[in-house]
Write a protein that binds this ligand. Sequence first.
Ligand code: UDP
Length: 435
Amino acid sequence: MRLIGSGAEAGRTGPERGRRPRRVAMLSMHTSPLEQPGTGDAGGLNVYVVELSRQLAALGVEVEVFTRAVSSRAPTSAELVPGVTVRHVDAGPFEEVHREDLPAWLCAFTADVLRAEAGQEPGWFDLIHSHYWLSGQVALAVARRWGVPFVHTSHTLAKVKNDALAAGDRPEPPGRVRGEQEVIAGATRLIASTEDEREHLGGLYGAAADRVDVVAPGVDLDVFRPGDAARSRALLGLDPDGDLLLFVGRIQPLKAPDLLLHAAAELLRRDPGRRDRLTVAVVGGPSGSGLEQPDVLVKLAADLGISDLVRFQPPAPQRDLAHWYRAATAVVVPSHSESFGLVALEAQACGTPVVAAAVGGLRTAVADGVSGLLVPGRDPARYADALDQLLRQPHWRARLAAGALGRASGFGWSTTARGVLRSYRHALSPAAVAV
Ligand code: UDP
């Protein structure tokens, strides 16, 4: 066992805190920060890696993000913003590979990360931050070789997901559960998005609470801010006086956009007069085991007799999403499980109340009765109850909209980056770093 960094060389500022890292290797093997989120494997994790890296660079920490090259035309490295470089690693075919097949390319990815550092001066990176268990497996090997600590963010946990599977969804395979267990045991420190996740890391994976730092993700408050809803509606070709119920995200059983369609049908059953005013929009693309979902949703809308009011929109850049959020009467997030739920924060930052499942991180993202409503259980009638109240009571909706803005204002990415930096310093403290 070797301790990294004596007190003197670590230049620590307190008994528990090590020095700031100068250069961090950010590992995001399975999905690139350059991809458009909202479809396939690209979602909140991509946004997290981009925003965190940008903010760390602003705090003076250089970041190199390693991700698998999915095209032979991808440059070996590309600058994302000054201080943040994305490195494309050769590992596996130059095409999308299903997440479940990626473990076969872990060795190749690891070797290429090691090669990338070999040409640099010794100690080029002083810390690794891995995202999702696949990158965590790479970090296990690379951290040992470089003699640096590694901090790991799980983003989702297989055991939590498997406990709340949607009908027809495939359970996460035992290989992932085992791999995740190894990463959680081997990481110097773990970052959880919520206290809930810290408890899961302890209760389900045996991670001691004092090895876990709770750091909430953030929202880009410059992009997601209130604006002229009428202008957004006009831009999107929506009825200026109508009601919009909005789903944003990867279309997969776990996110349950079908529940929103059922709830909308229930709203119309209760009050058929609403049909002329109501639009339901689903923004996002197919993902994972939900590849068949858009077709299934189109058919479901037809079976429910609501095809005329449902709009399916391809994944949109965040600047366009802001218009969707502003135009919406409510954003609905009915996920089976959610480690945080950035969409809920983004909607609130635009001043739109959220109706969300009372699960996981959504219970942190949404303040029930203040910035939106949390719905227990999976009964569409309960979602219809919540939406019905919102649609009928514009004054209350305006109060929730104000509450939503207040809620989101506490979640900037710079706050996230400062919390993550504290975690890095713990990881670099002589007490923490033992490899
Ligand atoms: N997103 C996007 N365009 C889309 C749909 C989603 O940019 O068309 C982004 C969205 O802004 C959010 C992320 O994808 O930041 C989804 O994150 P969330 O935590 O809600 O879900 P995850 O994908 O992590 O399961």
